[in-house]
Design a protein around this ligand. Sequence first.
Ligand code: FES
Length: 543
Amino acid sequence: MGLSRKDYEGKPVIGILNTWNELSHCHSHFRERANDVKRGVWQAGGFPVEIPVISLAEVFQKPTTMMYRNLLAMETEEILRSYPIDGCVLMGGCDKTPPGLVMGAISMGLPCIFVPAGPMLRGNWHGKTLGSGSDVWKYWDELRAGNISEKDWQDIEEGIARSVGTCMTMGTASTMTSIVETLGFCLPNAATIPAADSNHPRMASDSGRRIVEMTWEDLTPKKILSQKSFDNAIKVLMALGGSTNALIHLIAMANRAGFPLSLERFEELGKRTPYLVNMRPSGNFLMEDFHYAGGLAALLQEMVTLLDAEAMTCTGKTLGENVKKYQIFNPDVIRPLSNPMQKEGGLVVLRGNLAPDGAVIKTSAASPNLLKHRGKALVFDSYDDMSRCIEDPTLDVDKNTVLILRNAGPQGGPGMPEWGMLPIPKKLIQEGVRDMVRISDARMSGTSYGTCVLHVSPEAWIGGPLALVKTGDEIELDVESRVINLIIPDEEMRERREKWTPKSEKFVRGYGKLFTQHIKQAHEGCDFDFLEGTAHTVDPEIH
Ligand code: FES
């Protein structure tokens, strides 16, 4: 290795777990950034070793990166366990990498700090600002309606992602990095620094310096996390109008840390936390605007009275101490508590005979007139079934129809692909319809919008009530009452249940088999049953 004893003797070994790969465009600056981290580690008297771990590149992996979040968590835990590492830097950003890395690091329990990839710069097209994902869905509908040309579409594609970094709307990546910072794993305001900003490498080397100190201090996740830090994270999720995916990831991370979370807790805290950050897809602005308006730390300072400011963080100081000096520079982007976007959080948990274990809707990105709705179901049994029908001009559908996609849950997808923002049928798009009530056991991208009821649990594949719906049945959605129901007599429901037959196994071998045998449901966080909890893993005997 070309190292001399002077390089490492007496120094803590700092593992830099890097989720870079050439298909992970959100992390394409991470090789360079790992060197910035190393610079900091060397300066602080540590011995840095960069270790590649699986990268989960949202737009390229089939059927969904969610299938591999737990694999990244396992890899993180076992790498940290099996190599001689004293502390670690977790480098992630694209949707599933923050929870995957943090879950593994919590389970292993070594001191760790998280370096977020940072959001991309704003997109541009024809003088308009483009936001990742959200404007893809918006202009794709305009393309289908014949309102823009193929050439326009190509220009949008070339203008929407113009730098390294993660999606710059309040998608899952920005939501999760903000949550990871709130939990205490990042330096203050790290989550919102744009990837291409020179403050980003500065933050990376600061993180390298800090992890060496943390290692000497033995500041482990156990000393940082508490029930209060997870409550803080839920409140920040609500204030951000963040991604629905965060519910699943927060439940999984909390379970790993030994602080079980239920959907009720989200509901409870959501009712007392205003939605404050005016970001797409729910609002108007993008991550660059958020950062220059003061960033996440300014938001935390604004809502400090709603948080537990005593929660510990990786700086060795409390959350309250970390954010004291930050302020809001643009109150249009980060609204003060006195002028929220909405009085309650942007995510609501629903229940009813269609979702006995819960479902979620992002009200901040839904159409207010559809939040109380009754309509006839149009059911698709699979994504392929839906794709075949949705462009059909003779499809029997109108704007009041409730579109249902099933068998897209944790086992059925598998991995709950982000199919929950079902496309509006082409014939309705051409009539000018841009939103409808849609229900599924899938997830949706944090950049998506519309009146989409997601994560219906239990999922259809294992016999949840969604499996029993027939086209033409009446569906009731009432967000204010937190209700989602299938309007059929109980007797009819029982008969349909008796006739339902279980599906055959999707996989006969390999990771797919392990996944479908052990994956838990959406309301339980979709972790593997054998990875949950905090029990100590016994090191194998070495012979
Ligand atoms: Fe990586 Fe959106 S594709 S964050």
